[in-house]
Design a protein around this ligand. Structure first.
Ligand code: C2E
Ligand code: CA
Length: 731
């Protein structure tokens, strides 16, 4: 309800303003302190109600009332007075005052009087308003379909005015208005606000005879409503949004036929409104679906971590670029990027850090490339780039160099400063392939070569790489077949106690009897099996053959104290000790008879997991020796923390022992430290007699090497060992 306050006392004005400010259904649209000002304000703003003080200076409230009524203003007037004399009341009522408020009383009384002029709110008001606003009909242009309905309603009811009124929070807005140019009124004066309280038609035959409306500004003011009939427009869900109503300035009544006709027109109006709601719903639904589809498309085509295109999208784009390059007779480059040493970051610092680093890498790649280039994450730490329209391989390698340089800058991931590097392979269209798939495969092969050459570099594809890959594939197939066909066998190399004529044990060394190439040493096939992920089958085989041989020697009464078996770095898995334990049990052997050799780099590379696995193995009674000791990166000072039993001093320190004082000093240091820590020492690769003497002097415990005995099949190794022991036993 829009209010004007006419009051010359600032104190009272403020009190009223304060009181009404807390009432959401009232708003003060103006205040005046004197007569002329008040009349102008009221006539220009057309408020719903006026709070009018009678004693104004200058002027009089009675005069204000008289003048506004004469000008046709129907606003309800509440007289503010200290003088409740009957004569004055009657005079004011005569002039059209609607109520009196005694300023000496509580101000809440004033509020009660104003509230009585407001139409009550329906019980479902909040939901009703929500539905009304959801129609998106408020404040729209006139629409033919609704105007036809009100025109027909006016005609049928034979009245000057017919409306479709939508009752908003504090106004009624006319969706259609036949017979008046008015588009809205305040809700407080609205007949329709009463009509929506019920499900039936509200018919007011004579407004002046109805206590709800007789002082309504639209009744006593310019519109002069006398007759009103409104059919509520109720949605199927039960909310009445407004009415279809007819209005006359004469009192009257509708015939039954007219009533039925108005109800039918109201049904048409509500059907039309429901239809609009349905259309809006469908539009919203289709928008929601569009957004959802875009999201799904994003998920399907993008890598969720870096938001770069994923592998499938990359393949698509690559194919497009290839077709384009073919038409334009242009060159095109493909880069395959793999980060060096990324796995340990994930393993030791956690995936959060790894993920963060990958996001930064993606940003750096983007920064190195042009808008027309496509960079994608293929998965894990692999990325790929298409360079459309390049001059040739030199340019592709130049971009690769730029990427390598960009990744040299340390990466700050979750507070960790990481030094990353990348290996990059490049292939060029059409020189290295005419199909996207082929180009990517060739770039991958070239990347692999870059990695094998030490990483942190780029490499261009060449035909030899494919040839080599094919050879490897053939070998891979042969090896898998060979495993099944029992082509794998062991040679054994004895280890002897220096200066004592006794045996320490034997080392089992794997061989492959290839159907065409004959006996192959392990470096021809172990790296391959490691790369291709089936090394554990080889380890299992070697372990089984070694333990079977040890048992066979036991059974034949020939005692070999220990069997040493080599294991690959990739065996660092939680289930490995169980596999070893099961193999020992299968052959009925004491775990103390088995020694596992792991390289120094394995020991130092993979922190906690390795330590746990080694501790587990040692707890079973199996001993651990460090193979090729001295070439890795472990410092002597670190040794005491490692769960190991034996150091095998690398051949490179032994081979020049007799001539190199430096090597002697190193070997001496290793032996001294090992002794202090209670570790056994084995010198590997002894090829000369002099070396035996030096090692003995230096305090090394065991010897292994061609000079002692070459690795040989079981029977030969056995013969050698029997002879060796027999000689040692001789007086
Ligand atoms: P390794 O563990 O260092 O094994 C010793 C290698 O040195 C053997 O080569 C042996 O033949 C060779 N060797 C022994 N004494 C001398 C010597 O006096 N002079 C020279 N020049 N060489 C000597 P092999 O048998 O070719 O084995 C090569 C590597 O293959 C082994 O190095 C080991 O790392 C790996 N390997 C062998 N068998 C297995 C296995 O069953 N599993 C795994 N994972 N790796 C194995
Ligand atoms: Ca070894």
């Amino acid at each position: 309800m829009k209010l004007v306050i006419v009051e010359d006392s600032e104190l009272i004005r403020n009190q009223l303003a304060h009181l009404l400010a807390q009432q959401p259904r009232f708003s003060i649209i103006g205040t005046a302190t004197e007569e002329g000002e008040a009349v102008n304000l009221i006539l220009s703003t057309n408020p719903d109600a006026v709070l009018l003080d009678l004693s104004l200076a200058p002027g009089s409230g009675v005069q204000v009332l008289k003048r506004i009524r004469e000008a046709g203003c129907g606003a309800r007037v509440l007289i503010l007075t200290n003088n409740t004399g009957q004569a004055l009341r009657l005079a004011c009522e005569e002039l059209g005052a609607n109520g009196f408020f005694d300023k000496t009383l509580e101000y809440e009384t004033c509020l009660e009087k104003l509230n009585a002029w407001l139409p009550p709110l329906p019980g479902n008001e909040a939901r009703r308003l929500e539905m009304l606003h959801g129609t998106h009909l408020l404040d729209t242009q006139e629409q033919e379909v609704f105007d036809n309905l009100t025109r027909l309603a006016a005609e049928i009811a034979d009245v000057p005015i017919a409306l479709i009124s939508l009752v908003d929070a504090d106004r009624q807005w006319f969706l259609s208005h036949t017979g008046t140019s008015l588009r809205e009124t305040s809700r407080s004066v609205s007949f329709c606000a009463h009509a929506i309280l019920r499900n039936e038609m509200l018919e007011v035959p004579d407004a002046l005879a109805d206590p709800r409306f007789q002082d309504n500004p639209l009744v006593i003011g310019a519109t002069h409503i006398r007759f009103y009939a409104g059919v509520p427009l109720v949605l199927a869900s039960g909310e009445a949004l407004g009415t279809l109503c007819v209005i006359d300035d004469k009192p009257r009544q509708l015939s039954d036929t007219q009533r039925r006709a108005l109800k039918t027109l109201a049904s048409s109006a509500i059907a039309e409104i429901e239809l609009r709601r349905r259309i809006i719903y469908l539009e919203q639904e289709s928008e929601r679906r569009r957004v959802a589809e875009a999201h799904i498309l994003h998920l399907a085509t993008r890598d969720p971590l870096t938001a770069l295109p994923n592998r499938a999208t990359f393949r698509d784009r690559l194919d497009q670029h290839v077709r384009f390059a073919l038409r334009r007779n242009a060159n095109l480059g493909v880069l395959f990027i793999d980060l060096d040493g990324f796995k340990p970051i994930n393993d030791t610092l956690g995936h959060d850090v790894g993920d963060d680093a990958l996001v930064i890498v993606a940003e750096r790649l983007n920064a190195c490339l042009r808008g027309s280039d496509t960079v994608a994450r293929l998965g894990g730490d692999e990325f790929a780039v298409v360079l459309p329209d390049i001059s040739g391989s030199a340019e592709a390698l130049q971009v690769a160099g730029k990427i390598i340089a960009a990744l040299e800058e340390p990466v700050l991931a979750k507070g960790h400063k990481l030094h990353l590097s990348a290996s990059i392979g490049a292939s060029i269209f059409p020189e290295h392939g005419r199909l996207g798939d082929q180009l990517l495969r060739h770039a991958d092969l070239a990347m692999y070569r870059a990695k094998q050459s030490g990483g942190h570099r780029s490499c261009l594809y060449s035909k030899e790489l494919s040839d080599r890959a094919e050879e490897m594939q053939a070998l891979d197939n042969d090896l898998r077949e060979g495993l099944k066909r029992d082509e794998l066998l062991l040679h054994f190399q004895p280890q002897t106690v220096l200066g004592d004529g006794k045996l320490c044990g034997v080392e089992a060394l794997l061989r492959w009897r290839h159907p065409h190439f004959g006996i192959l040493p392990p470096d021809h096939f172990i790296p391959l099996a490691e790369q291709r992920g089936f090394i554990s089958e080889l380890t299992r085989k070697a372990l089984d053959l070694a333990l079977a041989q040890l048992k066979a020697w036991d059974v034949s009464g020939f005692h070999v104290p220990k069997m040493a078996v080599n294991i690959s770095p990739s065996e660092i898995r939680a289930d490995f000790p169980d596999m070893v334990e099961a193999a020992l049990a299968r052959h009925g052997l004491d775990p103390h008879r088995l020694e596992l050799e792991i390289t120094e780099s394995t020991l130092t590379a993979d922190g906690i997991e390795t330590m746990q696995m080694l501790n587990h193995l040692r707890a079973l009674g199996i001993s651990i020796s460090v193979d090729d000791f001295g070439v890795g990166y472990s410092s002597l000072a670190q040794l005491h923390r490692l769960p190991i039993d034996c150091l095998k001093i690398d051949r490179s320190f032994i081979q020049d022992l007799e001539t190199s004082a430096c090597d002697r000093a190193i070997v001496q240091a290793v032996i001294t430290m090992a002794d202090a820590l209670g570790l056994r020492t084995v010198a590997e690769g002894i090829e000369k007699e002099e070396q035996i003497g030096i090692l003995e002097n230096l305090g090394c415990q065991c010897a292994q090497g061609f000079f002692v005995c070459r690795p040989a099949p079981a029977s030969e190794a056995e013969t050698w060992m029997r002879n060796f022991l027999a000689a040692g036993e001789a007086p």
